[in-house]
Design a protein around this ligand. Sequence first.
Ligand code: NCD
Length: 304
Amino acid sequence: MGELQNLISIHDLDRKMIDHILDTAAEMESVAVNRSKILDSKIMAVLFFEPSTRTRLSFESAMLRLGGSVIGFAEAGVSSAGGKGETLADTIRTVERYADIIVIRHPLDGSARVSAEFSKIPVINAGSGSEEHPTQALLDLYSIRKMKGKIDGLSISLCGDLKYGRTVHSLGMALSHYDVKIKLAAPQALRMKPAIIEQMKKSGADVVEVETVEEAVKDVDVIYTTRIQKERFPDVREYDKVKDRFRITVDDLNLMREDTIILHPLPRVDELDPEIDNTPHAKYFDQVYNGVILRMAVLKLILG
Ligand code: NCD
């Protein structure tokens, strides 16, 4: 067994472990280029019950760069769970006999935790409902540290859909372990749940809430913006009301500090003007590559 058993929730990690994962990721930068055979006897199963581009492909790329092999499905409909009504528990009991580690994305909150309870092999949460996305939070922290040289002392805006966005839930909690100022920026209807804000404050976070794009982008080191999570709204009319409410445009660049970086977990829809892509503020496509590096570190710490 490796240094980590599972990766289900950011709540399971203390600052020491988070820093250790980020340090291990830094060691993976050269391994990612030169490739390695350290996991050559290992098989990773990817069980994706929800759409994904970056998370699944970066996990696969990470495993292949470490010499391991990959099996799995990218769509629930092609599995017995989607097509024939198999339970998650039975799916896990089956897959654990084919692989050494499971990476799962599922629309239900708690799905990764439940999978780990049934599984004899390690489980990584690649997104559970609107609740959590711990490896995204870790790659976001890694990106901030790599691009800004540190995390402590920074001020960071988390923007967009703070209600349904799982990446900001995990990132907010992860950032709370550091000495940072956090601005939560969202229209009223998409505010972060008070219970999560309370947890962040309990962990020592310095949090303020704002409602406009202007306030969100001003005087911060990092702007982390997110897609409005259409698929998680119980009523599509509610989505229509807020879908254009938090768009960052080129005009907003004038309000930003010159060294402010913009991150986004992607995919982007309308919330971030593509004209921003060619400015020095835009770092979201560099952030994508860090997903490979960080996930190599997590696989090594669990399986290595
Ligand atoms: C995010 C997700 O799936 O939660 N995507 C990702 O993993 N990079 C964000 C999103 O879908 O908006």
